[in-house]
Design a binder for this molecule. Structure first.
Ligand code: SF4
Length: 187
């Protein structure tokens, strides 16, 4: 039985990993590099990810390309929540990974999007070049091919625990009247 389940998992993961459709989401300069990645010189279509969608309902990859401010955090969370499971996140650029050049003294920038949503791949640099984004997608594909749905649940649960421990933005600051993966702002 395990052999059959593993074989099915393998083919499902193979399909998923080769058809990651990114949401069109760029907030600042890193977005230019993301656009460049889909141009002919780099040709993201080789990895099955050329279909940038304008709605989260049709995407399964959120490439957060750029700075996220506290004001934008609820929008990022809402978009993430509207993507169907299983969904994946690449934090593109130093700003998305940890606040970047704003990490020390800005009052407005979120110090890393993992304070809000779970991140699968961190891609630092300012800005990462298209080749680096392609490398991140390849690494994500490799991860997906080895993953089971149980692994995915554990990954999300670990993120929720971390948010609770750190009193992440979701719980303390966003003020959203929503429940996010089982965590409400009143928890
Ligand atoms: S990491 Fe650099 S290039 Fe990317 S959004 Fe931040 S400042 Fe802009």
């Amino acid at each position: 039985m395990n052999v059959i389940v593993s074989a099915i998992d393998y083919f499902i993961n193979w399909g998923r990993s080769n058809s990651l459709w990114p949401l069109t989401f760029a907030t600042s300069c890193c977005g230019i590099e993301m656009m460049q990645t889909s141009a002919s010189n780099f040709d993201i279509a080789r990895f099955g990810s050329e279909v940038f969608r304008a709605t989260p309902r049709q995407a399964d990859l959120l490439i957060c390309a750029g700075t996220i401010t506290h004001k934008m955090a609820p929008a990022l969370l809402k978009l993430y929540m509207q993507i169907a499971e299983p969904k994946y996140v690449i934090a593109m650029g130093a700003c998305a990974c940890g606040g970047g050049m704003f990490a020390d003294d800005s009052y407005s920038v979120v110090r890393g999007i993992d304070k809000i949503i779970p991140v699968d791949i961190y891609l630092p640099m300012c800005p990462p070049k298209p080749e680096a984004l392609l490398d991140a997608i390849i690494k994500l594909q490799k991860g997906i091919r080895k993953e089971t749905l149980l692994d995915r649940e554990k990954f999300v649960e670990a993120h929720i625990s971390k948010l609770k421990e750190e009193k992440g933005l979701l719980v303390e600051d966003l003020g959203l009247n929503v429940t996010y993966m089982g965590v409400s702002k009143d928890d």
